[in-house]
Design a protein around this ligand. Sequence first.
Ligand code: A3P
Length: 287
Amino acid sequence: MAGKLTVVEGMAVAEVVAANWEQIYNFQARPGDILIDTYPKSGTTWMQEIVDLILHDGDEQICMRAPISERIPFIELLHLMKPGFEEVNARPSPRVLKSHLPYQLVPPSFWKHNCKVIYVARNARDTLTSFFHFDHLVLIHPDPEPFEDYLQRFMKGDVGWGSWYDHVKGFWAAREKENILYILFEDKKKNPSQEIQKVAKFLGKELSEDLLLKIAKLSSFEHMKNNPMANNSDFPKEILDQSEKSFMRKGKVGDWKTLFTAQQNEMFEADYERQMSDTTLKFPKLK
Ligand code: A3P
């Protein structure tokens, strides 16, 4: 059964998330906590695995201590799944947390304590493509079909966690004011070691060349796809139905070409230029 979206503070979001909004917004971050924030489908899980590996010096066994959703809990779903608010509140600092909230709706405690925030952005077309496929599995979101409608909804921000455009622009504008490291999915794909080193430096770690290569290998698409502790296969079935397709789909750059018609691409491009005209944020040109 498909779920419904509603609007909270100007952001479209699943009704089951909106129902717990006060507790989510008032999440109490503590000094030293780290937040991984992204628009959905931007490579969040990939960054979660990288951060856990960095913080544990590439120890494969320790990083298999629990599923990624438990190692780095998702703030907006804490009321719906393990480990839950109570357990997360009881965990010692520093904790690493995940969120898809846009800049202006991140729980203020993260900014108050100057927590480090790692933000990952992915180009709009691939994000939309990944989200369209993913929303077939997400039971708390509406049915994404037909694609033509989904395309329109994405451009209007009428999908889970609202407008991609406002999300990526909001964190981009805030990155110098706050403690934010801004990473692009495409850069991570092109040169994983370089981007992993950036993240490590941001977290105050210096990685040797060997350790860097090890972490790049352990967080590669193939490795994560086959790692039950990193591939989200344990995600609660009431939220994510992976009986036919799995969360780890392709992990590529440029997959949008398998979905957009030339006409849809032209229309999307014109709208994109308009919506992104007020930012200096640029994604690598996709061939
Ligand atoms: P695709 O649907 O294009 O395959 P998120 O974690 O934010 O939900 O993002 C999921 C997207 O990241 C999916 O994209 C998924 O396959 C991709 N992904 C997950 N792990 C990856 C990895 N190690 N390398 C590259 N892409 C990865």
